[in-house]
Write a protein that binds this ligand. Sequence first.
Ligand SMILES: Nc1ncnc2c1ncn2[C@@H]1O[C@H](COP(=O)(O)OP(=O)(O)O)[C@@H](O)[C@H]1O
Ligand SMILES: [Mg+2]
Length: 364
Amino acid sequence: MVIGILGAGQLARMLALAGKPLGLKFIFLDPTPASCAADLGKHLIGDYTDKALLTQLAEESDIITYEFENVPVEIIDFLNANTPVYPPAKALFIGQDRITEKTFLQDLGIATASFSAVSSLEELQQAMPDIGYPAILKTRRLGYDGKGQVVLSSDQDLAEAWQAVKSAPCVVEGFVPFDREISIIASRSVSGEIVYYPLSENEHHKGILRLAKNTQNDPLQAQAENYINTILTALDYVGTIALELFAVDNNIIANEFAPRVHNSGHWTIEGSETSQFENHLRAIMDMPLGSTHSLGYAAMQNFIGNVPASNQLLSLSQVHLHLYDKAARKGRKLAHATIRTDTLKNFTDLIDSLTELAKQSDDS
Ligand SMILES: Nc1ncnc2c1ncn2[C@@H]1O[C@H](COP(=O)(O)OP(=O)(O)O)[C@@H](O)[C@H]1O
Ligand SMILES: [Mg+2]
């Protein structure tokens, strides 16, 4: 079985690493010659809109998936004419625009921050009395890792913020005074089998995920599963999905979903009976899904811009290091480490050590 992947970055790399034991072969389409998944399969180097390469990808793949959500929907439709592509184009289409996404969530009865679509400075000024301060201005499309976002504290900030987003169509949303950021990851197979992972508790800094930890019997698990189940069903979804949430006073407010494997689920590689990557592959191949049971306490620390020396990290004996084989660049996700342990005390100590090492090398 050959799996085609649009994109050959670290998520594609981790999908391929999870697929090798299942006997899968991989073919990637990615314009960057030195892509970090490239040596785990065949690499078609070229643009995502290159019809000849897309045709080759479709011909050589049994099933196609993607590792990033900015794939133009027309490309999915083009590929899908010959080879099944999962997750479905509808999930991409909705997730690519923050207004469409929040409207979709609200229509399903899922709470979001208050928001308003704004496409000029005047519209932004008119929206603020309803939204209130603090607020966040975000470009509707193409944002990731906090890019294209500006925090608004008062009317004085609006003109400068509007310049900072380069007058792109935006959403302005109320700042959610969250107690915790959490995410739920789930996988749904072609036949409709669904599995849910325990909630991940996530810490961001400057809009980028730094630390993600699994939770044990979190009081918000059932509500989060209910939300993601509603989304999976509405989209007739196939594959792994992540829903980012804010926890406020024991309620949850949805932020955004990602129709793919997600950074907050990297701890599932060593921390779960079956990782989010393996379950994504099983789901799109319509195989039985694996147990999402956590093997104790598990966490993941991202390394951004720089990576501490491997020997230093591996001297912590419960650390598993995942280097993405990417050139170092400021603000770039280069690697992560996961930890898994049986005792809470050990878990907390390991997290402290990892966080400290990450801080020393972080350049953002
Ligand atoms: N309405 C909000 N209230 C509070 N914090 C927010 C809000 N929106 C975003 N953030 C913070 O910014 C981070 C990145 O925003 P997000 O909407 O997830 O964009 P991205 O697509 O860049 O991940 C969030 O994880 C959260 O920490
Ligand atoms: Mg996000």
